[in-house]
Design a protein around this ligand. Structure first.
Ligand SMILES: O=C(O)C(=O)C[C@]1(C(=O)O)C=C[C@@H](O)C=C1
Length: 104
């Protein structure tokens, strides 16, 4: 299956995810509608990420591989580090969702 190069930034303009918000109206209801739209995108992306991450884990373990891959987790943490400490927390939560409870 075709898949985008992970190092190639996604064209965020296609999804209207730009951080430029000067063009948005100063209307609370309109702004909240935009937040609702974004939350739907984020939630959908998190649910798919979790499902894909679980599938990677199942596939790897089925061939005798480890439950976790430290180097990959470091890449994910690095990716979210542009958001600072909260980005680190967010990345940790995404990893936790994908790998399920540890120590079982
Ligand atoms: O990339 C992998 O090998 C995965 O299993 C996915 C993932 C992730 O959610 O990004 C989950 C657990 C691993 O420890 C590392 C990364």
């Amino acid at each position: 299956m075709e898949h985008p190069d992970a190092d190639q930034p996604i064209d965020l303009s296609q999804y209207n995810l730009s951080s430029e918000v000067d063009d948005l109206p100063d209307e609370i209801d309109d702004l909240r509608s935009e937040i609702d739209r974004l939350d739907a995108i984020i939630l959908g992306a998190i649910k798919r990420r979790t499902a894909v991450s679980k599938k990677v884990g199942r596939t790897r373990m089925a061939s005798g591989g480890p439950r976790l891959v430290h180097s990959r987790e470091m890449k994910v943490l690095q990716r979210f580090s542009e958001l600072g400490q909260e980005g680190h927390t967010l990345a940790m939560l995404l990893l936790r969702l994908g790998r399920g409870p540890l120590g079982r």
